[in-house]
Ligand binder design. Sequence first.
Ligand SMILES: [Zn+2]
Length: 113
Amino acid sequence: MHEMSVTESMLGVVLRHAESNKATSVTRINIVLGEFSTVMPESVQFYFDIIGKDTIAEGAELNFRRTKLASRCKDCGKEFEVVEYDFTCTKCKGENTEIISGREFQVESIEID
Ligand SMILES: [Zn+2]
């Protein structure tokens, strides 16, 4: 059920954007999906086919771009890709790091007619 609400809010963003651009149909939706996200692309597609029906986004192609899990060191500012859940800074070996990508699910852009 998680993906259903995610898909609903995604569709909301897409429709608002399409309407403000006076689109008659949405042909493609480009989505950024972190590799560490729990969202399954197949489930989003499944729910999109149901909720998107009878909207101008019906039949739009969903394109997922996967992003790697990445972290930033709060001590030295180094940004690095996290490999095998090792969050240690690759530059200063500090452990004071925060995740900056890899968990996102967001609409990057849409293509409209
Ligand atoms: Zn560091």
